[in-house]
Write a protein that binds this ligand. Structure first.
Ligand SMILES: Cc1cc2nc3c(=O)[nH]c(=O)nc-3n(C[C@H](O)[C@H](O)[C@H](O)COP(=O)(O)OP(=O)(O)OC[C@H]3O[C@@H](n4cnc5c(N)ncnc54)[C@H](O)[C@@H]3O)c2cc1C
Length: 508
């Protein structure tokens, strides 16, 4: 396993150890695809090595190797498919949430159990009517003395049935105002065997071979208040805690499989002969393999870069979502390419290649869909100053063209009146013909106060010389000159522009 230069000696060491371990278990894990059974014995061997505790502090029985260590273990165990998925879910089943929200007594009770891995854990957010909109949980928890009574259903729960510990989110308030502030959820731990807590269904999925994934139901399930993690009404905050870590690991678990596929493709194409040549000699085949190698290297580097940021105490909101999104997309793409490289053989289940397409597709949905990751990336990036630097296009008379410029507007310092404001807005048509201006753009160009500019623009709008675009509250957000306004501000020639080569005879 190729280490990165910033890894510590401890991280390099665990990388070697877990790679050897995964190599040893590889054949048995492959055999489970034919056995169609949950690989309990392999999961137990992972537990014996202490890997479930990789991200858990030493004081609670863990290895305390941080996000990078967790990625290293996930990368290698992911090569064992079902084992990797169960490892990830069990490790993530409330780890960060407990570290940040549980009291000391709860930490001492649950974290050593989590680290040991002899009892698996599951995360239970999704419900029949709450998917991407995770706040819309309908499972209820009602306080009755020292106990909570839980009713409802959860679905798509990885590790359903085989897990002992279920980290759930339930609704503890129906009040509209509380809901608006995301104060209606509370998180709890429910243990297998609690009366009224049942496994309802196991899904038959296109991927996730051998991984039980299903529905669970709560019928008047009573749990002690001691199983509540975090304050009442803080379930949303608990859910959000550690999301970056979860998204990163959800991506990282796929990285190691890409390397195995590259191995298979080199091996296979050196032995497959068509048109009296081994297929690895065809440029098209080489391109496809090169593409998969690039995806493996980019996805891996990106994952470990995100892990380093987490270990340095940063919250890489954008990068964690990008890691989850691009790695699952890479897996699905690489899977399709690998199948193509192997032709019909790639489509049979006798080679572990078609599996990648199925796994990649699941990766694009599980732990927050790609669309949701993109939504997060867009929303956070749109608030970051680094992507929102002040920017203006200005007319450059020397080259007679609009250019990105930091210079002051030629209107700056003119009297702030209707005539000049209309000129500023009309001039903007010459520079950005399809765009509106914001009132702040106008202020920057000519000066004056915001309120004076708004009043003048409103008056110009009444005269039909400009049109405004208003936000949901009806506040003026943008403004543009009408054709009437353009005519009034400048002569027609002001807006004209032709390239040098354009013949005067063709102008009209
Ligand atoms: C194999 C597998 C394992 C899983 N394991 C677990 C688990 O262990 N625990 C758990 O709690 N959940 C688990 N899930 C559930 C998973 O997190 C959800 O499936 C996922 O969040 C999407 O929810 P949904 O399936 O209800 O789809 P929907 O939310 O109904 O989405 C349908 C489509 O609409 C799009 N969409 C929705 N909202 C928006 C929006 N605002 N903007 C743009 N597009 C939008 C989605 O991107 C998607 O393409 C698992 C799912 C699978 C398939």
């Amino acid at each position: 396993m190729e280490p990165y230069f910033w890894w510590t000696e401890e991280q390099k060491e665990i990388a070697k150890k877990v790679e050897t371990f995964a190599d040893e278990l590889f054949e048995e894990a492959e055999a489970y695809f034919w056995k169609k059974k949950f690989p309990w014995d392999l999961v137990k061997r992972v537990a014996n090595e202490g890997y479930f505790g990789v991200g858990i502090p030493k004081q609670y029985g863990g290895l305390e190797l941080g996000a990078t260590g967790s990625c290293i273990v996930a990368e290698q165990l992911g090569r064992l498919y079902a084992v990797g998925h169960v490892f990830v879910v069990s490790m993530l089943a409330g780890l960060e949430q407990m570290l940040r929200f549980a009291d000391e007594e709860q930490k001492e009770k649950w974290l050593p159990q989590l680290a040991k891995g002899d009892k698996l854990g599951a995360v239970c957010i999704t419900e029949p009517f709450a998917g991407s909109d995770a706040a819309n949980v309908m499972t209820t928890a009602k306080k009755d003395g020292d106990e909570w009574v839980i009713n409802g259903k959860k679905r798509y729960i990885t590790g359903a049935g085989v897990s002992d510990r279920y980290f759930i989110y339930a609704k503890t308030s129906d009040e509209k105002d509380i809901k608006k502030q995301y104060g209606h959820l509370t998180s709890f731990l429910v243990e297998k065997g609690t009366p009224g807590f049942h496994l309802e269904k196991i899904n038959k999925l296109v991927g996730f071979d051998n991984v039980p994934n299903g529905y669970i139901s709560f019928d008047e399930v009573r749990i002690p208040d001691q199983n509540r993690i975090g304050p009442v009404g803080k379930g949303w905050n608990v859910m959000m805690a550690g999301l970056n870590f979860e998204r990163l690991i959800a991506g990282a678990v796929y990285v190691g499989t890409l390397k195995d596929i590259i191995n298979i493709l080199f091996w296979y194409t050196q032995r497959r002969v068509q048109f009296r040549r081994t297929t690895n000699q065809f440029p098209g085949i080489q391109n496809e393999i090169a593409d998969i190698i690039a995806k493996y290297r980019m996805g891996r580097l990106f994952a470990y870069n995100t892990a380093k940021q987490l270990d340095d105490g940063l919250e890489p909101m954008i990068d964690a979502s990008v890691a989850k999104w691009i790695i699952s997309e890479y897996i699905r793409d690489a899977g399709l390419k690998a199948v193509q490289v192997m032709g019909g053989d790639g489509l049979t289940r006798f080679y572990p290649v078609e599996r990648l397409v199925r796994e990649g597709k699941i990766g694009e949905i599980v732990a927050g869909t790609t669309e949701v990751q993109k939504m997060i990336v867009y929303r956070f990036a749109s608030m970051l100053p680094v992507y929102n630097q002040p920017m203006r296009m200005r007319w450059n008379d020397e080259v007679n063209a609009p250019v990105v410029s930091k210079k002051q507007s030629k209107f700056h310092g003119l009297e702030v009146n209707e005539e000049n404001i209309l000129k500023v807005i009309a001039h903007d048509y010459k520079v950005n013909p399809g765009l509106y201006m914001s009132p702040d753009d106008i202020k920057e160009d000519i000066g004056g106060s915001r309120s004076a500019i708004r009043k003048i623009v409103e008056s110009l709008e009444e005269q039909n010389l400009v049109v405004t675009h208003r936000d949901r509250q009806g506040k003026m957000a943008l403004v543009k000159a009408t054709y009437e306004g353009l005519k009034k501000a400048f002569p027609r020639e002001y807006y004209e522009w032709y390239p040098d080569w354009y013949d005067d005879a063709d102008k009209f």
